[in-house]
Design a protein around this ligand. Structure first.
Ligand code: NDP
Length: 499
């Protein structure tokens, strides 16, 4: 597949190890023609793949999962090289991808397969079937921060629903995508059910203009706007998984040690380059000092680097270093206090941990996605105040609540604006394939993962079959008597008053 596409392109680009600057790979820049050719091949593959049926697809997908599991170290090593993240974090990413593939493979038929539906008394002579059919070709556009886990959140579910996929990975992580496609092709050699087109933003843009049946986009909010505008031309539907500014709330009765440990990991792991990473912490007054002490103490022990002992790796995308530095500088200039690190913590390609206190709510460090190992901590009078301030952002992806009261925690979790909330643990929902994942507002719309994630890549099909003739209201031969009987039945069923 790649050979055909390579023949259609002349330009290439390089992917580098962000920690060392070493060359990891060189790949073709696929233009409009190559992207459209991939879509065309995917169209034929989608028909074949859909025709395999639930059972055969399930076996293939479970075998893809098995092959990925057996290649875990090879895949993790490439993730490590292309993103710079510690090898164990890369292994964790493969583990998560494997669990999603497993779930999607096993549940697809149950969630999407044909089922009978009760027709209601007025249509009692109809046998009703609801089923979810594949869309055809799904274009997946992915980011670099979790180059396997994030796109697999769409690819596994799109394939399980019976679609073929054309995947445009980030220009920083094309190798991981190609390795995934190689693994899939090893299990499904007959047709290219997963193809990868490589290149820069323009390759992604070509995919959004192409004859695909849906775009599953994961990336920043500004790019999502461009993708949606391009898709409007063909009315191509999209699911948009965008950035976040997730809040972490600590209630007065919370286990403060556990909360500090979780907030720190949520904020600093993967160098803070996580869409559901913790960016803001709101702590109720009575435990604020203790929480800040614990957080600062643990943060001081963290160290970015490339070696096995490093807590996290470099900033993968060099341009992000400027954003992180600007957020820190503006926060401090506006009265914020850096109790761990500061502006000097930005040492290309690394950023050491930064903890900021007393940063005003209108500061860029509180409003915009920082995507670095920085955190702002805010003192609040109550959980209600924490929720109000946490929700005062255009983003709405996920959040965390630490509290020892089950009912208070559940109430706070429900009121936090966003698609997911984790109580007394951080980002726990991401490891549960049965749970849907997605945001509101600037964090996007639609859902990947779980049953909702499967339905995202299918269209509902309703079929009725008349089993016996009865009063026919949809006919010019309808009589006054037929209508009177229908009205009588409606009155009987629906005229009642409810208290
Ligand atoms: P970008 O928005 O820069 O890029 C995302 C993808 O879109 C890349 O493959 C990129 O290609 C491609 N792209 C760029 N321009 C266009 C275009 N005009 N049309 C179509 N595709 C285009 O995001 P990042 O890669 O920097 O990823 C980080 C962002 O992703 C953060 O905001 C993060 O929060 C978010 N994210 C959200 C997740 C979620 O599930 N909600 C999960 C993970 C990350 P190229 O790289 O070649 O420019």
């Amino acid at each position: 597949m790649t050979a055909t596409m390579d023949a259609e392109t002349t330009e290439s680009f390089r992917s580098l190890n962000p920690a060392t600057g070493e060359l990891v790979g060189e790949h073709p820049v696929h233009g409009e023609e190559a992207v459209n050719a991939a879509i065309e091949r995917a169209r034929a593959a989608s028909v074949w793949w859909a025709g395999l049926g639930w059972k055969e697809r399930r076996i293939r997908l479970l075998n893809i999962k098995g092959a990925l599991t057996r290649s875990l170290n090879r895949v993790a090593s490439l993730i490590h090289q292309e993103t710079g993240k510690p090898i164990e974090d890369a292994q964790l990413e493969v583990i998560l991808a494997v669990t999603h593939l497993d779930w999607a493979a096993r549940k697809a038929e149950k969630v999407l397969g044909p089922r009978g539906v009760f027709p209601g008394m007025l249509a009692i002579n109809q046998k009703c079937v609801l089923e979810y059919q594949p869309l055809g070709v799904v274009g997946v556009i992915g980011p670099w921060n979790y180059p396997l886990f994030t796109p697999v959140g769409s690819i596994a579910y799109a394939l399980a629903a019976g679609n073929a996929v054309v995947f445009k990975p980030s220009e920083y992580t094309p190798g991981v995508a190609l390795l995934l496609a190689e693994i899939v092709a090893g299990v499904v050699p007959e047709q290219p059910v997963l193809q990868v087109v490589t290149g820069l933003g323009e390759t992604g843009a070509a995919l959004t203009r192409g004859a695909v049946d849906k775009i599953a986009f994961t990336g920043s909010t500004p790019t999502a706007r461009k993708v949606m505008a391009a898709c409007a031309e063909r009315l191509t539907p999209i699911v948009a998984e965008c950035g976040g500014k997730d809040a972490f709330i600590v209630d007065a009765d919370a286990d403060v040690d556990s909360a500090a440990e979780a907030a720190l990991w949520g904020a600093m792991s993967n160098a803070g380059q996580t869409c559901i990473g913790v960016e803001r912490v709101y702590v109720v007054d009575s435990v604020y000092e203790t929480f800040v002490d614990r957080l600062a103490e643990q943060a001081s022990a963290l160290r970015p680097g490339e070696d096995r002992g490093a807590s996290y790796g470099p900033i993968t995308m060099p341009s992000q270093l400027g954003v992180i530095k600007r957020h820190i500088d503006e926060a401090v200039a506006q009265g914020g206090k850096a109790i761990v690190g500061g502006s000097a913590s930005v040492k290309e390609p690394y950023v050491e941990p930064v903890i900021l206190l007393d940063v005003p709510d209108d500061s860029s460090a509180v409003r915009e996605e920082t995507f670095g190992p920085t955190i702002t901590v805010h003192r609040v009078k109550s959980v209600d105040e924490a929720i109000a301030r946490a929700n005062a952002t255009e983003y709405g992806l996920a959040g965390t609540v630490f509290s020892n009261s089950k009912s208070a925690a559940m109430s706070a979790a429900r009121r936090l604006r966003g698609g997911m909330t984790s109580i007394n643990a951080v980002v726990a929902f991401a490891a549960v394939p049965a749970l849907p994942f997605g945001g509101v507002g600037d964090s996007g719309f639609g859902r990947i993962h779980g049953a909702d994630g499967l339905r995202e890549f299918a269209r509902a099909k309703a079929i009725t079959r008349q089993r016996f003739s009865s009063v026919n209201l949809s006919s010019f031969k309808r009589t006054d008597k037929d209508m009177a009987r229908a009205l009588q039945l409606v009155n009987l069923l629906h005229a009642k008053r409810y208290k």
